[in-house]
Design a protein around this ligand. Sequence first.
Ligand SMILES: *Cc1c(COP(=O)(O)O)cnc(C)c1O
Length: 495
Amino acid sequence: MNLLYKSTRNHEINVTASQAILKGLADDGGLYVPESIPKLSVSVEDCRDMSYQEIAYAVMKEYFTDFTEQELKDCISRAYDSKFDTGEIAPLVEVDGAYYLELFHGPTIAFKDMALSILPHLMITSARKNHVENEIVILTATSGDTGKAALAGFAGVEGTKIIVFYPKDGVSPIQEKQMVTQVEENTLVVGVNGNFDDCQTGVKKIFGDSAFAKELSEKGYQFSSANSINIGRLVPQIVYYVYAYVKLYKEGRIQENEKINVVVPTGNFGNLLAAFYAKNMGLPIDRLICASNENKVLFDFFRTGEYNRNREFILTSSPSMDILISSNLERLIYRIAGNDAQKNKELMDALTKGGVYRISPEMQKELSDFVGEYATEEETFEKIRTLYQNTGYVIDTHTAVAARAYDRYKDESGDTNTTVIASTASPFKFTKNVMKAIDETCELTEDFALADELSKIARVPVPKAVMEIRTAPVVHKTKCEVEEMEEMVRKFLHV
Ligand SMILES: *Cc1c(COP(=O)(O)O)cnc(C)c1O
């Protein structure tokens, strides 16, 4: 029996996993969700001696039911290989009473690699299964990390092209350098004069333009998305929560079935939603703690039931979380509305029109597993500094938001559950702010000099991903206005 996927805005739409992966977003603008969240068919004890890749298979086979065992195992083994700098793929490190799940050991040193290293393989396999002859054009908006991870995943992959739009002044210098140095001919990187929400809205607009899609199809192209709305990104993210739980169990840190909490630094809500799916698959997770930076739309939402994007957009030191429209939240809204597409659509329409919606008290009750917390810029920097001073462990700004949010949660609740903090980026990706937090007197400004200094004090080598871009020439110099995004696509595809 195949698990089918429905649009969150229309029940009539029913597609297979491979079709959902190919399309990214449903035609009506909704997100694909599985008809029901499947249960894990292995116990924690069964998983005790499994590798990351084996756990990945145990989780993904429940979702991607129209893939053969061989197809799925091939995708997994191509994704989680020596591109990662550790065979563990996602190490779990105990520091100061919490477990940091290091999701940054992939090729671009941020957690997006966990899903984007497998997505191209899932997509190519899906295209083959559905007899797609068109070339697939990946269109991506990025707040910094998705862009490079998607470029790394799709660069040079036959039958695909990838176009990345990023906010010109909204990403870190290392993030920008990582992207604009991508050399493969099937890649295009464009800096947009706007913020991340502008980029994302622009991309969604191009996706929603059916006349443009038809024109492209005649020229042999079709769009797909590598953004976290793609179900092919969400599912691979469930894996590491299962993996972390198994590791805690195996190392005797928890009993079988003991509940743990997870804390996730959140932007587009993909990572935390994956933890929610893991919980619904049967993984014993108690609290899902949503950590926001000063763009605390989600904090306010979890406290009040009102989602309101009408507020100042703040550029923070955790740019990958500078988001006011958390796209993946729609999947949660749909679920707490009792899988009611109509009700979800009304709320999403209200968000598009007026920038605000309020959920009903019944829906709000369904959110009792979630806790919203946030950290200010000052608190974030302080957390990096004190953790380093007390333990020698260095975390990046995004992870620091989560770590600080967890401190606050612990103080407020007295909850003593074993807790996993998703560590979403290497501190080497955000060296300037990390060094500023640790040593205010540091006068270095050049990114690579900062990386060397950080390497010294953290006693970890500079990651390969940073070494590589040190001297790499800038290949992509294109900049555009928000209104010109479609034109950029046309130019690149010669249509
Ligand atoms: C993308 C990203 C986040 C936010 O993750 P979402 O799934 O969008 O909520 C947090 N931290 C880092 C470093 C990221 O790259």
